[in-house]
Design a protein around this ligand. Structure first.
Ligand code: GLN
Ligand code: ZN
Length: 762
């Protein structure tokens, strides 16, 4: 019975790779220095896994930026616009080409845009989307895969297991950049390159190869299913002597079960953390010679494994298939968990005893093997920790559970319908047509971030810190007034991050010091951990909203993060359904909304940028999710009076297929990101005859470029063709925290001009 790990985090326990990459990009260090940091990280990772007792240790799971981009490079699917990176500058290497694809290239008179980035299934990891063209060709390009195999061999006693994205998933992860073909049709051209790589690995001594095919647990068309058959038949035929393991994760195989178990491969990996119920069906259909890798150790969360649960699944599989046909495995790559719990000396020891990070998860995989082989010790300790967690008074709060159970219809609707609210609010606020506003944050300058660092170090007292934040807030109010914006914001200077800020003030959350998880490239996030019932011991934002409102005659919007977004961007409890936790957060936000209203705040924005990314991977599960996600928003938003205006904000969203649910949120105003799509995203709202007010973003905040008045007028004209003028707001795409003041002011001055022009036209 082999112990199988699917992948390991690669940023380094202290984010060494982030620092090394950023230094290299800034031109401060040499390529050799960067390569040596990376080599050392790989060596450490392999050693840790070997010492833990893992048999199938992955290689090629390391990446300087993203594993999909690595695959793109290895398969030579390099978009033509990057050719000059190597031809125009002879000093540039393959690594520079790679980073150019990831980040764009603006040097030596060249200005080449980066490849697009999108979310990796339902995680917060982002990958670089492969670009496909009609005449797409593939060829061996980088020798990275084979090099890393050879390198791993020197470190490990056992033969390393190269990990590659499987050919079908690789194609499906990409995007057609022109019309007239579907990317899955490229399979025939792609397969020879895979065969070539695999055979070279075999010749170098590889035994097991892991081919990730997460799409096997998603909805597939007939063509895509056939592509799977064709791909693995070809590989089986052309790569004799290799043991191929196809891995699936993040969902159940579902209607693809028959297809998956019939592939001519040596092993199939399934995620039994996300979908333990699928084991029975798989065991019924699996052929005799196929090894089943049981993903029982959670690669997506930070909780200690429940050994009894995992052992039940393992024993069931062993009884049916025999030990030699079973592997014990992590559910997916451990990329999505932080490195090492041992580094977290600050966490309360009681809660710490409930957790496991990547390194501890290796230990869990081995523990399960030990227990199955007769060593009961790890089981006892594990069951004790789990029993302690279940019984802990830190987790369960009777009042909170009762309050959630008591939520009724009247808590989830405003008193009167939107039409009447709109009338009442228009009278109350007396705003011009096309009112102007912003999304919430203003530039988080180094000075502001330094204030927080100094507060943490004790170099500033709380009072000193707050008075400096007050100064920044007043300054931002003055600037907004002089620009002539209609509805102001306080600027969010007191917030490090839109989720962390609330997590720190809510009960039921803890924070790690080093629990970094890669988000994209060198960017890492440190998600809060929700461990217990959530409550709000005191006001969270009232002080700052009231303070700013007192400093201006204009209206200042209150600014909150919504329950679904707080949930999505945290590590969540595994001991109760996600919606239960979301409703608890929703009640806390509802109380904050009411406290703001009571303090005289007349407009309150509840940001929900993560609603769409929370959508389940299988379409059949969408309605249930949307039902509770929208309900959570309504719980948070519905307590206020008719004249209080509720705003919400969402970015990077497509709304077509969820528009009725967006409408069901019943926010008085929704602001959305639309400028990059030239207002195309508004069509869904127009077709649906969306009744409430909308602020379609009129400029992209991801770039320092200052938009012209004219281009924003054009966008507003487009919006006016689609929606009634009295429903349209004017605002940027998203918050301005990543921008500099200079460009922010210039852009907003133009935006206000554009609003004035469009007002004259209607
Ligand atoms: N209010 C937040 C801000 O302006 C919203 C950020 C977001 O949507 N991601 O920064
Ligand atoms: Zn946004």
């Amino acid at each position: 019975m082999q112990k199988n790990n699917l992948g390991y985090p690669r940023i380094g326990a202290r984010r060494e790779l982030k620092k090394a990459c950023e230094q290299y990009w800034a031109g401060k260090t040499s390529r050799e220095e960067l390569l040596s940091v990376a080599e050392e990280l790989r060596r450490q990772n392999w050693t840790v896994q070997q010492e833990a007792g893992i048999d199938l240790v992955p290689c090629n799971d390391f990446s300087f930026y993203d594993q999909v981009l690595d695959m793109t490079l290895s398969l030579g699917a390099i978009p033509k616009r990057y050719t000059p990176v190597l031809t125009e500058n002879k000093e540039n290497t393959e690594l520079d080409l790679y980073f150019a694809m990831a980040r764009g290239y603006q040097k030596n008179g060249l200005d080449i845009t980066a490849m697009e980035m999108t979310k990796w299934f339902d995680t917060n990891y982002h990958y670089i989307v492969p670009e496909f063209y009609k005449d797409q060709s593939f060829r061996r390009f980088s020798s990275r895969i084979t090099q890393q195999f050879t390198e791993a061999r020197k470190v490990l006693d056992k033969t390393p297991k190269p990990v590659l994205i499987g050919p079908v998933s690789y194609l499906l992860l990409g995007k057609e950049k022109e019309e007239g073909f579907h990317r899955i049709e490229l399979l025939k051209k792609l397969l020879p390159v895979y065969v070539d790589i695999l055979n070279e690995l075999r010749d170098l001594g590889a035994e097991w190869i892991q081919l990730d095919e997460p799409f096997l647990s998603l909805d597939l068309t007939e063509e895509e299913k056939n592509a799977c058959k064709e791909a693995y038949a070809t590989i089986a035929e052309a790569c004799k002597g290799l043991k191929i393991m196809v891995t699936t994760y993040f969902e159940a195989l579902g209607d693809n079960t028959a297809l998956a178990v019939s592939l001519p491969v040596s092993a199939l990996h399934v995620d039994l953390v996300r979908a333990p119920q699928q084991l029975d069906t798989i065991l019924e259909t699996i052929p005799e010679n196929l090894i089943l890798s049981l993903g029982v150790v959670d690669g997506r969360n930070i909780w200690k494994n429940d050994y009894n649960k995992s052992l039940q699944l393992l024993r069931k599989a062993i009884a049916k298939l025999g030990v030699e046909n079973v592997m014990i495995a992590t559910s997916c790559s451990l990329l999505h968990t932080p490195y090492d719990l041992e580094a977290e000396t600050g966490i309360d020891p009681e809660i710490r005893n409930w957790l496991a990070f990547a390194k501890q998860k290796l230990g869990e995989t081995v523990d399960l093997y030990e227990i199955l082989n007769g060593n009961a010790a790890p089981l006892e300790a594990n069951q004790k920790a789990l029993a302690d967690r279940r019984a802990s008074s830190r987790i369960h709060k009777k009042e909170i559970k009762e309050r959630v159970a008591g939520i009724s219809g009247k808590d989830t609707s405003r008193h009167v319908g939107f039409a009447l609210r709109q009338k009442i609010q228009k009278e109350r606020f007396g705003l011009p047509l096309y009112p102007t506003t912003t999304i919430g944050s203003f530039p988080q300058t180094t000075d502001i971030r330094r204030l927080r660092a100094r507060l943490k170090k004790g170099e500033l007292t709380q009072a000193e810190y707050e008075s400096r934040i007050e100064e920044a807030t007043i300054e931002a109010i003055r600037i907004q007034e002089s620009i002539g914006l209609d509805v102001l914001v306080h600027g969010e200077f007191e917030r490090n991050d839109m989720v962390e800020y609330f997590g720190e003030l809510l009960e039921g959350f803890i924070f790690t010091k080093n629990g970094w998880v890669q988000s994209y490239g060198s960017r890492c996030v440190k998600p809060p951990i929700i461990y217990g019932d959530v409550s709000r011991p005191e006001d969270m934002t009232v002080r700052w909203s009231r303070f700013s409102q007192e400093h201006t005659g204009k209206i200042v919007k209150g600014m909150l993060t919504g329950p679904v977004t707080i949930l999505q961007w945290s590590f969540v409890r595994d001991d109760q359904p996600r919606q239960e936790t979301t409703f608890q957060i929703a009640l806390a936000i509802r109380d904050e909304v009411l406290a703001l209203e009571k303090a005289g705040i007349q407009m309150i924005q509840i940001d929900e940028p993560a609603i769409r990314e929370g959508l389940p991977l299988r379409k059949k599960d969408w309605p249930a999710y949307l039902d509770w996600a929208i309900r959570a928003f309504r719980i948070a938003a519905s307590g206020v009076k008719d004249e209080t205006q509720i705003h919400t904000h969402m970015c990077y969203s497509e709304f077509n297929d969820i528009i009725e649910h967006i409408a069901a949120m019943d926010a008085d105003v929704i602001t959305i990101e639309t400028s990059r799509s030239q207002m195309e995203l508004l069509e869904a709202f127009a077709d649906f005859k969306y009744p409430n007010e909308i602020g379609p973003g009129v400029y992209d905040i991801h770039s320092p470029r200052v938009p012209t008045v004219e281009e924003m007028v054009v966008l507003l004209e487009k919006a006016s063709d689609l929606l009634p003028a009295e429903n349209i707001w004017v605002n940027p795409d998203c918050g301005l925290k990543t921008r500099k003041w200079e460009e922010t002011e210039a852009a907003l001055v133009n935006m206000v001009q554009a609003a004035k022009k469009i007002r004259k036209k209607v």
